[in-house]
Ligand binder design. Structure first.
Ligand code: NAD
Length: 246
């Protein structure tokens, strides 16, 4: 597979779930993939799996809330590969409670990991993405970036809503520079993030009648990453089994 031949891609939160499947898929399509996460052992395993599959991948430790860490990672990518064509801002965490029971500390933490990280990532990678000629940023939002969901997880909804509009804002600035910026909005996907959540009510509100698989989100990210999506920017792509069609 060669849809991303010659491209270099950075995927955050790539030690598991959607990020891992995305890293594996982009590598299968020919990209050199930088697997970034705070779970170092699991992240290194993903890079090893990429190499075992005949692809090219390395693991770099990156706390996406840390601006200095972003600078170090981007500098390493520039020195090692000389380019960055695809940035997938995937790392994210959720709060679970209702607003009155959410502490300010939790609110700030979810915003930092899920929202501010996207700002930091695009800022750190801007110069390399502009130099790429076919730069593509995919920011992972959520169905909860465009709806109030079940009335819980206020920080997560605030963060994902912000990611949706930050994407469009930067897409406009970077369009004349040849860098595309889009958001992907998963519905309920079977990943470690689900934890011990009872998924029955989630399946019940999903028209396709099941949870999504991480590789189904990865496929949407691949489309936006590659040149087949060369006229797509500022858009939002829902991979939600029909949830938001209701
Ligand atoms: P996950 O918990 O399986 O994976 C998230 C990854 O992010 C983990 O590997 C974790 O170590 C990493 N991470 C957490 N904090 C980090 C930090 N500070 N720096 C770097 N990495 C960090 O979750 P997932 O379900 O694969 O979610 C991936 C993305 O998709 C998230 O942005 C999530 O909000 C979004 N999403 C998921 C669902 C779903 O149903 N699973 C639905 C909509 C959106």
């Amino acid at each position: 597979m060669t849809r991303l031949n010659g491209k270099t891609a950075l995927v955050t939160g790539a030690a598991g779930g959607i990020g891992k499947e995305t890293a594996l898929l982009l590598a299968r399509e020919g990209a050199t993939v930088i697997v970034a996460d705070v779970q170092d052992a699991l992240g290194a395993d993903v890079a090893t799996e990429i190499e075992k599959n005949g692809g090219q991948g390395i693991y770099l430790s990156l706390d996406v809330t840390d601006e200095a860490a972003w600078t170090r990672v981007i500098t390493t990518i520039e020195e090692k590969y000389g380019r960055l064509d695809v940035l997938v801002n995937n790392a994210g965490i959720s709060d679970r409670d209702v607003l009155e029971n959410t502490t300010l500390e939790t609110y700030h933490k979810v915003i930092a990991v899920t929202q501010t990280s996207v700002f930091l990532g695009m800022k750190a990678a801007a110069a390399l993405l502009k130099a790429s000629g076919t730069g593509s940023v995919i920011n992972i939002s959520s169905i909860f970036g465009a709806s109030g969901g079940f009335g819980s997880s206020p920080a997560y909804h605030a963060a994902k809503g912000a990611v949706r509009l930050l994407t469009k804002n930067v897409a406009l600035e970077w369009a004349p520079l040849g860098v595309r910026v889009n958001s992907v909005h998963p519905g309920f996907i079977a990943t470690p993030m689900m934890g011990d959540t009872d998924t029955t009510p989630l399946v019940d509100v999903t028209p396709l009648g099941r949870l999504g698989r991480p590789e189904e989100v990865a496929a949407a990210i691949l489309f936006l990453a590659g040149d087949e999506a060369s006229f797509v920017t500022g858009s939002e792509l829902y991979v939600d089994g029909g949830y938001l069609a209701r």
